[in-house]
Design a protein around this ligand. Structure first.
Ligand SMILES: [Zn+2]
Length: 185
């Protein structure tokens, strides 16, 4: 492959990723971090491919990504969804389990590769969950809370032994959201 072909292929994958992320209503800052595209370019892609559509449902989101981790553990339902997503992060290869204490380590990926795999995890989550409660930005935030801040980790359930996402500083009853939900039935 010649250098120009390489460059073209690289541009194409960035462009495709930008379209994919806009479709998931990712914030401009998140799209920028993955593709390196300017705000202006992202706005133009959105205007060309989404805004003009007759039944456009996609909204362009501005501002900062939400950062509260409470959204992932506020109820058993949410906690179960965060757990499913975190497991999908492992399957999609954006992070791996650290041996100790249920923490995870972020894998070394280029920004485009990371964005594509987070999209893979998010799309799989949306396809298996009947009524998804977590948006793309929350998904991104979950990944950061696990890998960067390590505020969230995989705890082990005392009842079933299964892993679940828990706040490192929360009072933990050592029961996973799936057992909680089952007992509530
Ligand atoms: Zn359990």
């Amino acid at each position: 492959m010649r250098i120009t072909d390489n460059r073209y292929a690289g541009e194409m994958s960035k462009f495709n990723l930008a379209v994919r992320m806009i479709g998931h209503e990712a914030r401009t800052g998140t799209i920028r971090a993955c593709t390196g595209f300017s705000e202006d370019r992202i706005r133009k892609i959105y205007a060309t491919y989404f805004k003009s559509g007759k039944d456009n449902q996609v909204k362009r989101r501005r501002g900062k990504s939400p950062t509260q981790i409470a959204a992932f553990i506020s109820s058993s339902g949410r906690q179960s969804e965060a757990t499913v997503l975190a497991c999908l992060f492992l399957y999609c290869g954006v992070m791996r389990l650290n041996d100790a204490e249920g923490t995870v380590v972020r894998k070394h990926l280029d920004p485009v590769g990371l964005g594509e795999r987070i999209c893979d995890a998010f799309e799989t989550y949306r396809s298996v969950h009947p009524n998804p409660g977590l948006c793309f930005e929350r998904t991104w935030n979950l990944f950061n809370a696990l890998t960067r801040e390590q505020e969230l980790f995989f705890a082990a359930c005392a009842d079933c032994g299964g892993p679940y996402i828990q706040d490192r500083y929360a009072l933990d009853y050592q029961r996973c959201p799936f057992c909680e939900i089952k007992q509530g039935d």
